[in-house]
Structures are given as C-alpha cells and as structure tokens.
Design a protein around this ligand. Structure first.
Ligand SMILES: Cc1cc2nc3c(=O)[nH]c(=O)nc-3n(C[C@H](O)[C@H](O)[C@H](O)COP(=O)(O)OP(=O)(O)OC[C@H]3O[C@@H](n4cnc5c(N)ncnc54)[C@H](O)[C@@H]3O)c2cc1C
Length: 443
C-alpha cells in the first residue's frame, strides 16, 4: 500500500464520495525505501496476528489508549517490525467521544461507543497495561505508574487527550456537565435535558479555540435544538460562544442557527464566562447573567495534565505541546512524542486527525529505529461530518501537507471543501466513516 494512501485509510469506507480523496502516488519511492509491504491494506480489515517481538529492536511506551494512542500502538507494531510496544491506559475500555452527542437525543447508547483493547493485544502484539501514568522522566525515557512501578523505553509517545480549566463557582461538575469526554457526564446531561420543562431553557457554552472537535459544540447545539422541537416544543437553547464567530463550517452552521433552528437557538458570540452558580443555575458572563434549567458547560481546554507536568506544554499560552510534525517529537524533549489533542499543530483537534498523526508518528519512529530520517513530506487529511438534525448531516474536509519552510502542516487550498447544506445521505455515510475509523483504531 502506498504511504500516502495509508494516511487516508481510516476514512475509506465513509468518505469515498467526497471529492478530495484522491492521492498522489509515491509508491516507487516507497518501494525503494523497502517499507511498502508493511502497510496494511485498508482500515477496517483485520490483519493477521502479529506476535510480540522475541528480541525487541526498540521499546516504545504509549501513554493513553484513545484515538491517537491506540492508533500509534497498532501501527507501530504493524510497521515497526520488532518494536516492542507497551500501551498504558487508565480505563479498561475506551468510550468514544465521536458520536456521543447522539446519546443526548437517545439515538446512541454509551455501549455502542465502547471499545476494548483485546484486539490490539491479540492481533498486533501490543502489551496493554491498565494504570495511571503519574510521572514521565524525559531524561531516562521512563514512566512511573500510580502503583509506583517504573516502565522504561527508548521513546515515549504521549497521547493523554485534554483536560479542562476550572470555572469559578463550579463546585459540582455534575450540576453543569461538560459531557465533552464521553461517559457518565454524557448520560447525565441526557437525563437533565429529558427532565427539563417543556418551556425550559438550556445553555450550551463553547470555549475559546483551540478546543477538542471544532464543529462539535455547534453540531451538538443543532442536535439538541432539533430534539427540543419534538420533545420540548417551547424550550430554548442559548448558545454562548467564547469565540468571535462560528469557528468552522460557518455557512452550514449559520444557516442552521439563523434559519432551520432559529425558533429554538439564541446564538451569542464573544461571551466570556466569569463564573457560575450551580445552586441557582446561573451563568455569569461579560454580557450579563443567564439562568437556565440545564447548563452544558464546556470549559476552556488544555493538554492532558501529564504533558504540562513534564514541561512540554509551552504553546498556546502554556496549554498544548509544540511538536515537530515530521515525527511528533516534542520540541522540548525530542525522545518524547506528543500526538492527538494534546499536541499544538495547525491541524484540528479531532479523532480523525489524531489517527492520522498517530500514523505519521508510527512511520517516523519505525524509520528512526532503522537509522533513517522521518518522511520529509507527510500528508494528512481531516474529515468531519456534522449532525444538523437528528437524521441529516453536513460534511467538511481538508488535506494538510508539510511546509518545509514554515515547518508546519498547511491546508492545501484546492482540497478544502464542505457540503452545501445537509442531507440524510451524509448521515448514513457518517456512520460508515465512524465504523471504519474506529475499526482502524481498535481492531
Ligand atoms: C462530543 C464530541 C464529538 C466529537 N466528534 C468528533 C467527530 O465527529 N470527528 C472527529 O474526528 N473527532 C470528534 N471528536 C474529537 C475526538 O473525540 C478527539 O479529538 C479525540 O478523541 C482525541 O484523541 P486523543 O487520543 O488525543 O484523546 P482521547 O481520545 O481522549 O484519549 C486519551 C486517552 O488517554 C487516557 N489517559 C489520559 N491521561 C492518562 C494517564 N495519565 N495515564 C493513562 N492513561 C491516560 C484517557 O483515559 C484516554 O483514554 C469529538 C469530541 C467530542 C467531545
């Protein structure tokens, strides 16, 4: 399989119809590099079992088994030949954030979003350790678990996702859930919405960018509005956006907010939350106070705590980790790599991109362990579907390629595209895309 193609494989099933999914062929170069036969064919098809190496060429510890961490662990085993991979994850199962807003409308269950680590172990020979990493030692390339045990490696890949800023007055997060990490908060928010009066008021807050899943809060607002029309006919949804304007897919979300859902959604921009009162259900802002029956408070975000405590979060005002996007090596500690939402790149913080970054990182590490340099011209793509109603979706896609002068991934102008409006066919494709992405990551 061609190197450029593998980066796209996760989208294959669901996005075949999107116009940008045509790739440059660098197969010849790949064959010359001798890596060609190590690429898996397509995302969703299970590979033959790969046994753990008898004698490891190199050892890698991956911290966090989410979209980025599970993907890098799998692809390091597929492409890294005899690389020994240990994945450390605090939870026994992964709950997918992607699609989790559909739990709020009763269209998905949490169990339909749950993925295990068994196949990473049995098919690919990834060693999975369930535990909490509490310290990373960049000098000796080792990590300490909450149990006190140390694990050593040659390289460490950090993929711990995000954490939230504290909000003044938020003394009980369950009274104003973010539901921005799928799980108990998601079902809780669903229950709170179901229990609100038919003429009730809900508030949804959107943090300042960069945050996890740029279209996510807007599509959640659309979903809730559509659900309210059927279930809470006189209810309102106030959307308090910390940004100057809709941050992505502006045409579609503007039409949805000010057209299709205008009777339900009251959209405000440049709103800064100063504090909340969970007893009175009040949200205090630079534009006054808002009282609500339900508050979906999505706070400002930063890299998983381990990234900051290791001293890697030096970008975006100390929130995220700057990396060399040829290998995702931290610019602060080059034997530590940071992928997924924790990294600071020009690409969106999204599960699809996390999977792509993981593949670039796995390929780079495999080359480094063979004494080679990383691919000097990586290409990634971002693909996203947004639910505008409970049955219709829009889409947005972009391709990023490495700019050797600026040393960042830049969007390829000709490749950027979004659907004009939304339709049910896109909703169906969204489910196919999701199944392919999750299979590429966990199966
Ligand atoms: C509502 C919603 C909808 C979304 N929709 C989409 C979408 O349609 N398309 C899309 O591409 N993206 C979407 N996203 C974004 C996507 O979920 C994230 O971008 C993606 O999960 C990031 O992957 P990650 O690996 O960086 O983090 P995560 O997937 O969050 O994984 C981090 C993992 O690290 C583990 N971890 C953290 N710290 C430690 C530690 N110290 N020790 C051990 N383990 C640790 C966590 O338990 C977790 O399993 C959505 C997000 C939300 C909230």
């Amino acid at each position: 399989m061609q190197r450029r193609s593998f980066l796209w494989s996760s989208a294959a099933a669901g996005l075949m119809t999107l116009p940008q999914f045509v790739l440059a062929d660098d197969d010849a170069k790949h064959k010359k590099e001798g890596r060609n036969n190590k690429q898996p064919s397509t995302s969703a098809s299970p590979a033959a079992a790969v046994a753990p190496p008898a004698v490891a060429k190199a050892r890698v510890i991956v911290i966090g088994g989410g979209m980025a961490g599970a993907s890098v662990a799998k692809y390091l085993r597929l492409w890294g030949n005899t690389v020994d991979v240990t994945l450390v994850e605090r939870n026994p199962q992964y709950l997918s954030n992607i699609m989790s807003s559909l739990v709020l409308t009763g269209q998905r269950t949490i169990s339909s979003l749950t993925f295990g680590y068994d196949l990473l172990q049995s098919r690919y020979g990834v060693r999975v350790v369930f535990g909490d990493v509490v310290e990373v030692d960049p000098i000796r390339a080792r990590v300490r678990l909450a149990t006190g045990a140390w694990l050593e490696a040659d390289r460490i890949v950090m993929a711990p996702g995000i954490e939230f800023d504290a909000v003044p007055g938020l003394d009980d997060v369950n009274l104003m859930p973010h539901a921005w990490k799928a799980g108990a908060q998601t079902t809780l928010l669903a229950k709170q919405l179901a229990a609100m009066p038919t003429n009730g008021v809900a508030v949804l807050t959107i943090p300042k960018a960069p945050y996890r899943c740029p279209p996510g809060p807007y599509e959640r607002a659309c979903l809730i509005a559509d659900w309210m029309k059927a279930n809470k006919p006189r209810a309102k949804l106030i959307v308090l956006d910390g940004n100057l304007d809709i941050v992505t897919e502006k045409d579609n979300f503007s039409q949805a907010f000010f057209g299709l859902h205008a009777s339900v959604i009251d959209y405000r921009t440049s709103v800064e939350i100063s504090s909340v009162d969970t007893r009175q259900m009040m949200v205090y802002t630079n534009y006054g106070a808002f009282k609500a029956d339900v508050v979906n408070l999505i706070p400002t975000q930063r890299a998983g705590g381990l990234v900051a405590s290791t001293g890697l979060a030096t970008a975006n005002g100390g929130r995220f980790a700057p990396v060399d996007v040829l290998s995702y090596a931290s610019t602060v500690a080059p034997n530590l790599h940071v992928i997924g939402d924790s990294s600071a790149t020009t690409q969106p913080k999204a599960g699809h991109i996390a999977n792509q970054e993981a593949k670039v990182c796995a390929d780079a590490l495999a080359r480094i362990f063979e004494g080679q340099a990383p691919d000097p011209a990586p290409v990634t793509n971002s693909a996203c579907y947004s639910t505008i109603t409970r049955t219709q979706a829009s889409w947005l896609t972009a391709v990023f390629q490495y700019d050797p002068v600026a040393r960042v991934m830049v969007p390829v102008a000709a490749s950027a595209a979004a659907s004009v409006g939304w339709k049910s066919g896109n909703f169906k494709q969204m489910n196919e895309w999701y199944d392919a992405l999750m299979a590429d990551t966990f199966a």
